[in-house]
Design a protein around this ligand. Sequence first.
Ligand SMILES: [Zn+2]
Length: 283
Amino acid sequence: MSGATADALERVADGVLRVPLRTQTLPPFTHTNAFVLASDGVGVVVDPGAGDATAVAALRAALDAADVTAPKGVLLTHTHPDHVGGVDALRSLWPDLQVWAPAAELGRCDSAWGAIGVRHGRRLTLGGAVLTLVGTPGHALDHVAVWWSAHRVLLAGDLVAGAGSIWVGVPDGDVSAYLASLERAAALDPVIVAPAHGPVRRDGATVLHEARRHRLAREASLLEALQDGPARIGALRARLYPDLPEAAFDLAERTLLAHLAKLMRELRVMHVGSDADGPYALA
Ligand SMILES: [Zn+2]
């Protein structure tokens, strides 16, 4: 795919525009999808991950295309750097811009933003349209997705990726919460799932199901590895991710630690060592 194609504006549904912005995000991804949501000339920007001149021009073009002169606000699905990098740039263009962020992540917002904390069930009005925020923690300490029921579109943030999987690892990641969030999202029965990384998916139920299956397969292989006896985190990582470059060891081990934390809460695994590296054993 050429850079030009990857960076193009995409009309996802009426009033939903995807604006891929180049960001420093986790591989294999190179972009964060910002979205412009608009109705009756009222619009918000979701997850402006970058604030360089190219990113700002792309966001302005999307707002223009949606007939929005000045956005009402910026909604952050969560506060990882690749989702918030453009907030300052947008606030300098529109100083009155409201910033909304998940309540439990307010402490991670720049205090200058004056961000307002939002929770599951909060409604957001855009002219005559009503959108609902869906609490979807698991990938981050706190996380909200946006449900536009009239279009059956779920803006998923980092709940799922358009291709491949979303990272869930310690300290923020929580596998139990993540699985519950996938279920909560699936219960909405979205047709379109628009994630922050990768392509927009028009087989909404499938992408949510795939994410769940991927997590449960990872858990099953972890339990299988522990059947051979207690193991330290490095050995588990080497077994479950045999071909990983060394640079990715830390992320992989933090994923496994998040899975182990879930299994320990469920009393299926125990920690039999003296530090976080383990060893871990089947309970
Ligand atoms: Zn993230």
